[in-house]
Design a protein around this ligand. Structure first.
Ligand code: ATP
Length: 447
């Protein structure tokens, strides 16, 4: 037995004798990691974390073990979680730099590395520095350099977003009963029955944040909310608000809130709201503190009255959202919009086929065959089936109605798109679930 093996054997024996000793377990895990045995190290870090779930050094150790095994997404989840705290250990920044580099975000990686070395020069790593060398001399906050000041006297106009009057209402939304209920209680009834809320002294205000895999009806539900109360609907993609002129993004955002306030009742719907908080190297996606503060002030109605403005937001990446959004009175309701279950899939298919020539359709069978499909996937399936029928109609000259068989054949050509999202979401729910915000994902995945 060589010396490393002997040391590990001794450590393992010691751990067996004192299984509750976290420091000892960490020492064993660190030694395994230092000897290129990340898989075994992962096991030991997990065992230690079971005893001390908040230990930062153990979490970083686990993230390193993931990184060494190429499990980059798992590693990034832990590190991003740790970095939410300004006083995160420097080692976390170094690992963050490595992870960003692996993701191709070289400038961000260089910035993380520079910050780490400034705090603790002993952590300098020649190999990593060499790979980051071309980027290390870039100015700090390079993204701000690209942002220009608005020339005096020129005021670019805010993006012109028209207020829509949706015809859609909750009856057009298949399934989602719990979500509809939450929306009624939190934003519809306060608008339509304000006296009841006053009677109980219940404060109204704030918004609802919807999150979940793409194509599962977040935008659709927001639009239907507006239709349900015959309100206007103003949909905004955060990327449309972002502007290259310094200060102009804030002005754009303010103008959108004002537009909603002029058109009450109005549902103001923000899509991709995570782009506000995401610290990405891409300047257009990195909105900065100023804009976040502006958004929060508008939301809080600091200088204006938000009465009659119903605020909904959606994101596929809630983990990139600034925690300040979750404070009471802001987006204090964070609702998971799961892929539709079998009943909802049948209901969505019925809605999608309304008004189309179709025979008696076996919706229950179609629902069984579309496990994991999003609303958008189902829509794509129906469209493929219609195209097939059209192709036939071109040949025969008569349009034949859609059948269950057609739809099944169309569906068989598609793959559900929600799986990929859950692969990422699962990691956040397992390793970054502060305050149980992702409990609904865990419950959905039966973890
Ligand atoms: P993304 O995250 O990509 O913006 P999303 O969650 O906002 O997606 P939508 O754009 O709202 O998803 O949904 C896509 C389409 O799927 C809708 O236009 C609608 O036709 C259909 N759809 C989704 N869910 C439902 C539902 N519950 N009932 C009826 N149709 C639905």
């Amino acid at each position: 037995m060589n010396t490393t093996e002997a040391l590990l054997a001794a450590l393992r024996q010691a751990v067996q004798q004192a299984p509750e000793n976290v420091a000892l377990r960490m020492h064993l895990a660190d030694t395994l990691l230092g000897n290129d045995r990340p898989q075994e190290a992962e096991k030991e870090y997990r065992a230690a974390l079971a005893l001390a779930p908040d230990d930062l050094m153990l979490k970083i150790g686990l993230a390193c073990a993931f990184y060494e095994q190429g499990k980059l997404s798992e590693s990034l989840v832990i590190i991003e979680d740790i970095l939410q705290d300004d006083k995160a250990p420097v080692r976390a920044h170094i690992l963050h730099a490595r992870l960003l580099l692996a993701a191709g975000e070289k400038e961000e990686a260089a910035r993380a590395y520079r910050r780490a070395i400034a705090a603790d020069p002993s952590l300098a790593n020649d190999q990593l520095a060499e790979r980051l060398r071309p980027y290390l001399n870039l100015q700090e906050e390079a993204s701000d350099q690209h942002r220009e000041r608005l020339p005096a006297g020129e005021l670019p106009t805010a993006p012109d977003t028209a207020v829509e009057r949706p015809q859609l209402s909750f009856k057009d939304v298949g399934g989602m009963e719990k979500l509809k209920d939450e929306i009624r209680m939190k934003i519809i009834f306060p608008l339509t029955r304000p006296e009841l809320y006053q009677a109980y002294g219940k404060k109204v205000g704030g918004g609802i944040l919807l999150y979940g895999p793409p194509g599962c009806g977040k935008t659709y539900l927001a639009r239907a909310t507006a239709g349900e109360v015959k309100a206007g609907f103003l949909a905004v993609g955060i990327n449309e608000v972002l502007d290259m002129w310094l200060g102009q993004s804030e002005a754009n955002l303010h103008e959108l809130f004002e537009q909603a306030r002029r058109n009450t009742p109005c549902v103001l719907f923000f899509d991709e709201v995570d782009a506000l908080g995401a610290s990405r190297s891409d300047m257009r996606r990195s909105a900065g503190r100023q804009l976040i503060n502006q958004f929060l002030a508008e939301l809080d109605g600091v200088n204006a009255n938000n009465e009659g403005v119903l605020i909904l937001a959606a994101t596929n990446a809630p983990w990139h959202l600034d925690p300040a959004f979750r404070r009471p009175g802001r987006f204090d309701r964070i609702l998971f919009v799961p892929p539709p279950d079998a009943g909802a899939r049948a209901a969505i298919l019925k809605i999608l086929l309304q008004g189309k020539p179709a025979q008696e359709i076996d919706f229950a069978l179609l629902a069984r065959k579309t496990e994991g499909f999003s609303g958008a996937d189902l829509k794509a399936g129906v469209e493929v089936a219609i195209e097939d029928r059209l192709r036939e109609a071109m040949k025969t000259g008569t349009p034949a109605p859609l059948t269950t068989k057609n739809l099944l054949a169309a569906i068989a050509t598609l793959k559900p798109t929600t799986k990929e999202w859950f692969a990422t979401a699962r990691n956040y729910a397992l390793y970054s679930n502060q305050g149980g915000i992702y409990d609904e994902i865990l419950a959905y995945l039966k973890l």
